[in-house]
Design a protein around this ligand. Structure first.
Ligand code: ADP
Ligand code: ZN
Length: 740
């Protein structure tokens, strides 16, 4: 038995420390065990990441002080995954370890304290609806507690306090008044138990669904399952295929993991799985309380739950012997974590599948070009579903050329006549409208409002970014610099300014156009809380809202049968961001948004307003030509060696003092450049498109190469020897999805 343990402690030192394992702990300590170790003058928690019998510091080793929990918290395959993440994404191993284990579990360890469960007395529920009920006379806090219990069902005392932000005392007072009971219980609270769900039976599948399911089940049964890309148009019934494939895995005694983008992780989504599989579904959701998350995680760890559903981090759910990992909407950029480790859950899912010999299904109506080319290269298998369930037709997409509109009207308008007429027609028919403003990311390209001309870099085919501070146009790929023209180089119009238009201004105009309509706006300004989001969607569903106006928040997965018109106000906005993926994102957004129309019995229509009607991304979206779009975009990427023909690493330097940041970036670059093999394309540091954020100046270096290690190895090397000036930090983003 090993006598020495390699331990990473919970502070990011990116180092393993050797500790002696005392004899009485030798039989319990394994890789993944959480331990307490003496560290300098204090004790820290950490994880055993390796075992050995030798150490360079043999005589000086301190002993492990204790073990937390009985079973290792991090199962072996997940520990391996953590190491892979740290290595591939250039992150300290502690960050990776922290990522694979929810903080709720890390902090509380594996012990199950006896929990106090609070439940509402039946009379208190009755009183809620009536002004004169026995809940009158309660303080605001007490009322909040009662309402929370009413909505949620029985909760643990700690969970309840956390959710309501209060101490024991108001809960105890309620107990004294006989409104609630507090009981001890060792039963773990399932946050969804008690909500009655009608169980659903598997649908008889459509032909395409059947073929897709067969391909996935064959993969699950195979010794080398690999990855299946499920390309299915919106409404083709992908979820039903997931459900039946999961059933297949369960029948073989295996578990499953389902990842969905955070924004699609709604109660409706989760209910579809719970209605089929009941309590063996565990949900890992950021809106759960710490206690609930802890419990859900342990329900998975002890085998009670066989299916884990959640956003990005649910990938690390300790499902034993998974048979299937589903990544729904695999093209979604939100699968990328924007802090260290900057991993992409889709790619790590494929890695976990590889490590655990488990089938991975990537589903999307618009698969990323990375996944598409992995199919072409024979690395992934493909299953296609090109028809909507029940032969519903795909919505008709009309393109409105806003340049012609601007000419007709003498000046540019936000709403074309066609779109306005379309909205009026729907309002008359008591149908609903979704208006979508394509305001993705940081849009600051310079555009002529009259002819649609956009300043682009000659060498890089991305739009130049307007830098207000310097009053210059810069290319963020190659660093090229240009003066800002005083009028449009194409049509000589002096109204040449940077594109940007907010939802707020649009709402104002809309209110004037449709004074009687009930309009709701949905963007990150108005949707600060999850409740606000749910409330608006609820009102829209029940017909209390006629027109829903929003940003990409409304593009995803929403299914409203009464929506017969979707309008896209400014399709170009996501085209002219300084990013080679701009075309792909635009194509995806338009396809997704269009998928929101015609989900019910009535046919749907989509009106897209644009200044560049002939852009391939817009044309391809209109004609539902995914393959055509891919072929065209891949050609351009191949010529310029962009992903998927290379991997891209983005280094960003940040700091309060611009001169320091620039000097740090340049100093680092001087160290890095000689270490780079010839096959690595690179350019010297330039100011980031987002030149200053949260008070910090930003400079960046972009590297591209077919093989990631050819970049990450030199990067690590140079980082180890480079001394950053005070106050400057450097982040490394491998396979960066945002170049801002
Ligand atoms: P997608 O995820 O591909 O957009 P969904 O899985 O949400 O599509 O399916 C769209 C709708 O069709 C859902 O309401 C679903 O219940 C229904 N559906 C799926 N498969 C079938 C089927 N084989 N027969 C009847 N209805 C189905
Ligand atoms: Zn350029």
């Amino acid at each position: 038995m090993a006598s020495i343990a390699k331990v990473v402690v919970e502070i990011a030192l990116d180092r393993e420390f050797d500790y002696r394992i005392p004899a009485h702990l030798r039989s319990v300590i394994q890789v993944g065990t959480q331990v307490v170790v003496p560290f300098k003058s204090r004790e820290l928690r950490g994880f055993v990441v390796g075992l050995a019998n030798q150490s360079a510091f043999q005589d000086k080793l301190k002993a492990i002080a204790g073990v937390v929990g009985e079973k290792p918290l991090i199962p072996d395959p997940i520990m391996k995954l953590a190491y892979w993440i740290a290595d591939y994404y250039c992150a300290p191993i502690e960050h990776a370890v922290r990522t694979v284990l929810p903080s709720a579990v890390r902090k509380r360890g594996a012990q199950h304290k006896k929990q106090l469960v609070v439940s509402l007395h039946a009379d208190a529920s009755l009183g809620l609806g009536h002004a004169e009920g026995d809940t009158s006379g309660l303080t605001e806090k007490q009322l909040l507690l009662v309402e929370t219990l009413h909505a949620h069902g029985p909760m643990t005392l700690s969970g309840l306090k956390e959710r309501c932000g209060c101490s024991d005392s108001p809960v105890r007072t309620l107990e004294k008044h006989g409104l609630v009971t507090i009981e001890e219980s060792t039963i773990q609270r399932d946050p969804h138990a008690g909500m009655a769900l009608l169980s659903t039976k598997p649908f008889a599948l459509m032909a395409e669904q059947q073929t897709a399911l067969a391909a996935i089940c064959a993969a699950i049964d195979s010794a080398m399952p690999g990855t299946v890309l499920l390309h299915g148009v919106t409404g083709s019934g992908k979820t039903e295929v997931y459900l039946q494939a999961i059933r297949h895995a369960l029948d073989k005694g295996q578990g499953a993991i389902v990842l969905v983008p955070e924004i699609s992780l709604t109660p409706q989504t989760v209910d579809r799985f719970r209605a089929r599989f009941g309590d063996c579904v565990a949900v890992l959701h950021s809106s759960l309380s710490e206690g609930e998350r802890h419990d859900e995680w342990h329900r998975i760890r002890n085998g009670e739950a066989k299916i884990a559903i959640g956003a990005r981090s649910a990938l690390f759910a300790p499902i034993e012997n998974p048979g299937l990992i589903v990544v729904d909407e695999e093209h979604e950029p939100t699968y990328k974590q924007d802090e260290s480790p900057r991993y992409n859950a889709r790619d790590v899912a494929v890695m976990r599948g590889h490590l655990e010999r488990c089938c991975v299904v990537l589903g999307s109506a618009t698969p990323s070009l990375e996944s598409f080319s992995n199919v072409k290269a024979g690395r992934y298998r493909l299953a296609e579903m090109m028809l909507r369930v029940d032969d519903r037709s795909m919505p008709l997409m009309r393109i409105v050329d806003m340049r012609i509109e601007a000419e007709k009207e003498g000046r540019p308008h936000i709403f074309s006549r066609e779109l306005v007429q379309g909205i009026y027609d729907r309002l008359d028919n008591r149908e609903q409208v979704i208006l979508f403003l394509n305001r993705r990311g940081f849009s600051s390209s310079l555009q002529c409002e009259k002819c649609g001309f956009v300043a682009e870099c000659a060498a890089c085919s991305v739009s130049m970014t307007y830098h207000k501070r310097q009053h210059k146009l810069l290319c963020h790929i190659c660093g090229a610099e240009e003066h800002v023209p005083s009028c449009c180089p194409e049509c000589r119009d002096p109204e040449f300014r940077y594109a940007g238009m907010g939802t707020e201004r649009i709402e104002e105009v809309l209110e004037k156009l449709c004074p009687k309509a009930r309009i709701a706006r949905m963007d990150s300004d108005t949707m600060r809380t999850k409740d606000a989001y749910r409330r608006v969607l609820g009102d829209f569903r029940t017909g209390k809202i006629d027109i829903l106006l929003g940003t990409q928040m409304i593009a995803k997965g929403l299914d409203f049968p009464n929506v017969t018109l979707v309008g896209v106000l400014y399709a170009d906005m996501s085209l002219h961001v300084p990013d080679f993926r701009a075309g792909e994102r635009t194509f995806q957004l338009l396809t997704q948004v269009a998928g929101r129309a015609g989900r019910g019995d009535k046919a749907g229509e989509v009106i897209v307003q644009t200044y560049t009607p002939h852009h391939p991304a817009i044309q391809a979206a209109r004609s539902l030509d995914y393959e055509g779009f891919c072929a065209q975009d891949l050609e351009f990427r191949s010529e310029l060696s962009y992903p998927p023909f290379s991997h891209l690493v983005l280094l960003t330097f940040k700091g309060k003092n611009e001169a320091d940041v620039m000097a740090a970036a340049e100093g680092y670059f001087d160290r890095l450049e000689p270490l780079l093999p010839e096959s690595v394309l690179h350019s010297p540091p330039v100011p980031a498109p987002l030149a200053r954020a949260k008070g910090l100046y930003r400079y960046q270096i972009v590297l591209r190469c077919e093989h990631t290690v050819k970049m990450t190895k030199p990067i690590r090397h140079a980082l180890a020897s480079a001394k950053m000036p005070n106050g400057v930090t450097c982040t490394v983003d491998v396979d960066a999805l945002s170049l801002l």
